[in-house]
Design a protein around this ligand. Sequence first.
Ligand code: ATP
Ligand code: MG
Length: 204
Amino acid sequence: MSEIRRKIGIMGGTFDPIHIGHLVTAEAVRIEYSLDKVIFIPAANPPHKQELQVTPAIHRYIMTIMATYSNPYFYVSDIELARPGLSYTIDTVSHLVNQFGAQTDFYFITGADAIQDLPTWEKVDQLLEMCHFIAATRPGCISTLDNVIKHFGLQGRRRIHRLATPELEISSTDIRERVKTGRSIKYIVPESVESYIFKEGLYR
Ligand code: ATP
Ligand code: MG
């Protein structure tokens, strides 16, 4: 009898704030790869954003919960928030492998822009053995992704996959800028997130 393997998607990000680009991408990957669930993991202290001002984790965590709540397949984890120090993906994925056991396949969901510096990620060879990477194409990132796959040779071809999602030209940076300059963010973030941003006075 063949064992039944569980498939879990991991969507890491700063989520400052979470927006429909993240949600549409996670849902597309869930369907394409028949994932049992997708876990959103807000980063506490992203290594590549140390020099930037990031909104307190509690706000980003609450907005992520509100944005994902209506999808029965979406969950939010506080593992990176609960762990002191820098957040490395290898530590997060190791934690999940220990938690869910060997019968689980992990799919790390990322925008193609974020995957372009994968070669510099902490313990990346080990990481590629532990999970698949699904790179959602964002405008302008197609050829860069091919270079990343080539860089890792056979392991790259086995473990890094491309998924064309609607090319949403949306970023948290743009949303923060819109709030700051008084422009609308309606329909770019879920309504609950929009209300939260204004009620808490974020990004002004
Ligand atoms: P910022 O502008 O602050 O960098 P962001 O919009 O890129 O924010 P992050 O929290 O940095 O959001 O991204 C988390 C993950 O979601 C990354 O893997 C990123 O590539 C991906 N992502 C972000 N926006 C989109 C989008 N519009 N479509 C697909 N993937 C996206
Ligand atoms: Mg980003």
